[in-house]
Design a protein around this ligand. Structure first.
Ligand code: GUN
Ligand code: ZN
Length: 439
């Protein structure tokens, strides 16, 4: 009998990069680690070592399997900090801004998730699409139906993915067939928390859709849930669209602004993630930072719905945690590379730049920090979970040719983020197991 130790160890040889800190804080040079000829050693689903192949190959026993990826770059799996799985079927719906888009397209589609088998099918399509695009962790909206969350968690659990999701709480200003009540939303959320939170790699997020679709009583019960269970997430929308912001002001005249509505009901905190935050005042930025709450920057969605331009430098000045979100189905791509492509243009329209190393940070460690998961995912540091992707420098003829012209790592990253999409993702791994291999 041979020992089983090395059979649970696997090494991957390619160029390797991961982010160690926010380039805006520590400068670009100290923000990442890169090995041109690198080796990533995985043992029992966790990263055991990362370094240059020349040095690390000597540490392997002769029977350790090594997968060598030619013309490839290994990065941590991407982290999507805001996405709606039930909106997969209505991505690319024409012509409206937020509130009409919700009424005309989103709510009719979300009705269908009352049917568990419909939800099962979409959850499968959705996760397949995430993994095809190299995303291994996401913070995910369900619908108002608890069975939509069961469907999602069952599909994520069977793939052994680290995922966060929750049932929408929505008791007003939506079609009757899509609303719950404060009590039912509390009870159903609680049952889902007891069933799923902390099971395998899954976490629960208390998910009031946004302030306009919740009564005071419901928001207060959302706060109660956060109080009753440790380490729950809170996931909602904030200051996305100007009409929406005016509506919130008229619905909550006693609060000083949109964020203050959530603050009033104790929904801010280190595991609270607010999608968008496109139109925030300084006071709101200060309060987000003070409470260690995070924002999800969703460029393709903000452009598609004509919501506005996210001010990333302002969030850096205020020291707010920021992750990147696709916001499917208002967002237009599952690809975090394409999301970064649009993020760059959002900065350009404001006369600002988005450095490729900052982009890599946003899509990996920045997202992990926004989700308080940086000890588990978002880097390739030893001891963390082996969720990683293999990017192909030669994914298309144009990329092959453009990559030949590059003279720096920064330029190569920028080409990946500008021209790249699902075609770039050669393979995706979760806990060291292949969960997507490009055909
Ligand atoms: N605000 C409330 N619900 C939604 C939604 O489903 N998508 C987006 N982008 N914004 C929202
Ligand atoms: Zn959203």
């Amino acid at each position: 009998m041979t020992t089983t130790t090395s059979s649970r160890t696997h090494a991957y040889r390619a160029s390797i990069i991961h982010t160690l800190d926010d380039p805006a804080k520590v400068g670009i040079k100290s923000s990442y680690q890169y090995f041109k000829d690198g080796l990533l050693i995985v043992e029992n689903g966790l990263i055991k070592a990362i370094g240059s192949a020349e040095i690390l190959l000597q540490t392997l026993t002769p029977d350790t399997p090594i997968t060598a990826y030619e013309n490839s770059l290994i990065t941590p799996g991407f982290i999507d900090t805001h996405i709606h799985y039930p909106q997969t079927g209505m991505i690319a719906s024409y012509g409206e801004q937020l509130l009409d888009w919700l009424n005309n397209y989103t709510f009719p589609e979300e009705h269908k998730f009352a049917d568990k088998s419909y939800a099962d099918n979409v959850a499968d399509i959705f996760l397949t699409e995430l993994l095809r695009n190299g995303t291994t962790t996401a913070l995910v909206f369900g619908t108002v139906h608890p069975q939509s969350v069961d469907a999602f968690f069952e599909a994520a659990q069977s793939r052994n993915l680290r995922m966060i999701a929750g049932k929408v709480m929505m008791d007003r200003n939506a079609p009757d067939t899509l609303t719950d009540t404060p009590q039912s939303s509390y009870q159903e959320s609680k049952a889902l928390i007891e069933r799923w939170h902390g099971k395998d790699r899954l976490h629960y997020a208390v998910t009031p859709r946004f302030a306009p679709t919740s009564s005071d009583e419901q928001l207060s019960l959302a706060g109660k849930l956060l109080n009753e269970f440790p380490q729950l997430y809170m996931h909602t929308h904030l200051s996305e669209n100007k009409q929406e912001i005016e509506w919130v002001k008229s619905l909550f005249p006693n609060q000083s602004g949109y964020l203050d509505v959530y603050d009033h009901f104790n929904l801010l905190g280190e595991r609270s993630v607010f999608a968008h935050g496109v139109h925030l005042c300084d006071e709101e930025c200060k309060r987000l930072a003070e409470t260690d709450s995070a924002l999800a920057f969703c460029p393709t969605s903000n452009l598609f719905l004509g919501s506005g331009l996210f001010d990333l430098p302002k969030t850096e000045q205020h020291n707010i945690k920021v992750g990147l979100g696709t916001d499917i189905g208002a967002g237009t791509s599952f690809s975090m590379l394409q999301t970064l492509n649009e993020a760059y243009k959002v900065m350009q329209l404001q006369g600002k730049k988005l450095n490729p190393f900052k982009s890599l940070y946003l899509a990996t460690l920045g997202g992990a920090r926004a989700l308080k998961l940086e000890d588990r995912v978002g880097t390739l540091l030893p001891g963390t979970e082996a969720d990683f992707v293999v990017l192909d420098y030669h994914a298309t003829p144009l990329m092959t040719y453009r990559m030949e012209q590059t003279t720096s790592l920064e330029e190569q990253l920028f080409v990946f983020m500008t021209l790249g999409d699902d075609r770039v993702i050669k393979a995706t791994y979760a806990m060291g197991a292949p969960v997507h291999t490009r055909s």
